[in-house]
Design a protein around this ligand. Structure first.
Ligand SMILES: C[S@@+](CC[C@H](N)C(=O)[O-])C[C@H]1O[C@@H](n2cnc3c(N)ncnc32)[C@H](O)[C@@H]1O
Length: 391
């Protein structure tokens, strides 16, 4: 029974002084709930009974006891022994060593994965691996124009990362020109048809192994799950879905404005304080790049691969005169987690140039495109101010 409840580790404790041993073991055990962790002595061995433990607490406890109870050297081996075995999960600060759900354990996992096939929808892609340089005229530029037209001027496979937030078609008051394509309030079929023509160009100019990351919010007012519609499109185009990041904006002010059928199940209105980032890869989940150009630190990496990012919305929209900016921090995280220093980043709906600004600050090349002259001018001014500040 005991061995099912706990994982047991044996340590050689030959030669430990008897007098100190029991006192040291009791002192160590006093630091932990016996349901989680305890130590016993079995002849010349020290036995560790382990269900779950906080490794920092274990390290502190072992140090304390070891210093107090002189000569009880076997105790020093407890921490490396526990660290050296695999845990099955995390419970708060504690690592779990037993009690994982056995039914979930897949027998012959690798073989089953092979039979199922990974990203089945994206395997027959036919993408070419040969990369091309981005023509000099487009490097570190904010170009004013329709992104479908501008992108047609670029060669295939010349961009490492596309990061963008497309127009929402909500009827936001974007600047001129406001024709059928970018008035931000056209019928949904035309809207998606245009968006997908731009995305087709993005896929074409993206290098093999490059990423397209689209910041999109569900168009809840018109009951259109645009994050699904867009993701399906990329999958149909044979891109690999790498994952989804939930951008928690914590903008609770949107919470209390409309309820739908108040206090009735007939038609309650669902509200969102978050948006999504859909992450897609062209040809390969792995991106080539020199490790010396990976510039994300360990703490950020650990935090950001947990795919829920809490970042406040951009607060300077009035200052920059744009109604739908994302914050620079969002672009920064995307770049550090998904691209290398020196990579080229494209934003085909660049607005007032937040992606470009983040790229410049983080030593990436960039190309931003927006159809509105005013936004391009503001983006240009933002970029210039960074240059002159020498950041
Ligand atoms: C959601 S905003 C992007 C804002 C940007 N992320 C920022 O932080 O400034 C979408 C932008 O797409 C631009 N746009 C709409 N249709 C376009 C098109 N066909 N080509 C280029 N830009 C377009 C709009 O002018 C608008 O600035």
């Amino acid at each position: 029974m005991l061995t099912e409840k706990y994982r047991r580790i044996q340590l050689n404790a030959a030669g430990m002084p008897d007098v100190n041993a029991d006192a040291a073991i009791t002192a160590l055990n006093n630091h932990f709930d016996p349901e989680d962790f305890f130590v016993t002595r079995n002849g010349e061995a020290l036995e560790v009974w382990l269900r779950q433990v906080d490794l920092n607490a274990l390290s502190d406890a072992v140090k304390t006891v070891f210093t107090k109870h002189d000569g009880f050297g076997a105790m020093a081996g407890i921490l490396p022994a526990v660290e050296g075995i695999r845990s099955y999960g995390i419970n708060g600060n504690k690592r779990l060593y037993v009690g994982y759900n056995k039914e979930r354990k897949v027998v012959d996992r690798k073989e089953k994965e092979r039979r199922r096939g990974k990203h089945y929808y994206a395997n027959d892609h036919g993408f070419c691996r040969q990369g091309n340089p981005l023509p000099h005229a487009f490097v570190d530029r904010m170009v004013c124009g329709d992104s479908e037209d501008v992108l047609k001027q670029l060669p295939d496979n010349c961009i490492d990362l596309v990061f963008t937030s497309p127009p929402y078609n909500f009827g936001l008051g974007y600047q001129e020109p406001r024709d059928a394509n970018n008035g931000d309030a056209t019928d949904w079929e035309s809207y998606f048809a245009k968006l997908f023509r731009v995305f087709d160009e993005c896929i074409r100019v993206l290098k093999y192994g490059g990423r397209i990351i689209v910041n999109v919010q569900p168009l809840f007012s018109d009951y259109i799950p645009s994050h699904h519609v867009i993701s399906n499109y990329f999958m149909e185009r044979r891109l690999i879905w790498k994952g989804e990041i939930l951008w928690e904006k914590n903008n609770y002010n949107c919470k209390y404005t409309a309820w739908g059928s108040w206090k009735s199940p007939s038609s309650p209105y669902l509200k969102y304080t978050w948006e999504f980032l859909e992450v897609f890869c062209k040809g390969d989940l792995k991106k080539s790049g020199k490790s010396i150009n990976a510039d994300i630190d360990a703490e950020s990496f650990k935090e950001w691969v947990m795919a829920k990012w809490s970042i406040a919305p951009e607060r300077r929209m009035q200052e920059f005169g744009h109604p739908a900016m994302f914050p620079e921090e969002l672009a920064r995280r995307v770049m550090l987690l998904f691209s290398f220093r020196g990579d080229t980043v494209l934003d085909p709906f660049a607005g007032v140039g937040t992606t470009c600004v983040a790229a410049r600050r983080n030593e990436r090349r960039f190309l931003g495109i927006d159809s509105a002259r005013e936004y391009c001018a503001t983006a240009g001014a933002r970029l210039k101010s960074i240059q002159t500040q020498g950041l």
